[in-house]
Ligand binder design. Sequence first.
Ligand SMILES: [Zn+2]
Length: 327
Amino acid sequence: MNEPQYILAKFSDSKRAYIRVDPKNAHRKALVYLPSGVDPSVRAEVARILEKSEDSLTFTNAKTDSVKLEDGRVLTPSLDAKVNRAKGLVLQYLGNHEIINKSNNDQLRTLVHNQKVNFADRDEWKFMVAANARGTGNPETTEGITSSATFGERQIAMNAHNHSLPAIVHEMFHILESDKMLNRFDMPDGLAEGMAEFLTCRATGVDARTNIGGPSIDRIYRQDLDFVNRAVKSNVTSHGEIQAAYFYGNMDAIKGLVSSYRLETQNREKTSFFYGARKSQVDNSSIKKSAELQCAEKCTVSRDVKSASPQPSRSQKKDARISGSRR
Ligand SMILES: [Zn+2]
């Protein structure tokens, strides 16, 4: 009864691929694992095949970038092919939302086209995570890093041994973040990540992204993404306002979003403080473990802002505010 089901749906113009569907259980909706790099429009097709509404399903990324085709062949994309497909998905999103048909847009298109993505091996990756993410990230579970240099000069590095194609999409959105939003003194890091992840989900067709090696319940940027989704649902903000701030630096558009995020995180920190204090009397090692699980962020944007800004960089604020409890 709880066995996964496999359905065939369109993967490209001429190919269909197998899609795994885990049945609904007491705690969650049926879980659909979208093949790596598939067009987001497949959501509607999957819902049709399963005779369900899209809302009654949760879509996430497959646990591997290899795709099993209808004829039994397994397609394993090269690193270059993944990068190209990730760029294609980002450009499609920007085109569908008329972000690259309006003013300043060829700039965005060219930026995506020309962006280099470096894949780092174990030792090099450990070094990069330690150096760029202020030494707080776990190199094994961190999938990608984007430097926080000025718009147009950011670098993307991926963990060669643990990344998914949608993780490359997430990093691609970081290179498109407006300098105004990136350098804004009162813009919380977590909210910027929630917004980048919100855009990643729309570009890739997933409701929640998971680490390629981890369990499917281990959703990336869970709290921050949930916050942005709830804010859109309850009209605190809209998809258009998120785009206005993210791509065009119109920070007034997300004033309400920023202040409600602050309120929410204050409450979150209080809750985790009490939780931590209570647990610490019992077993120190288990708290450490649970903190690691709760903070399972798989991407870290380096905040080593190079420009000599008179305001503190976000990383300085983050260090002060969060005092090392997150990576
Ligand atoms: Zn990120």
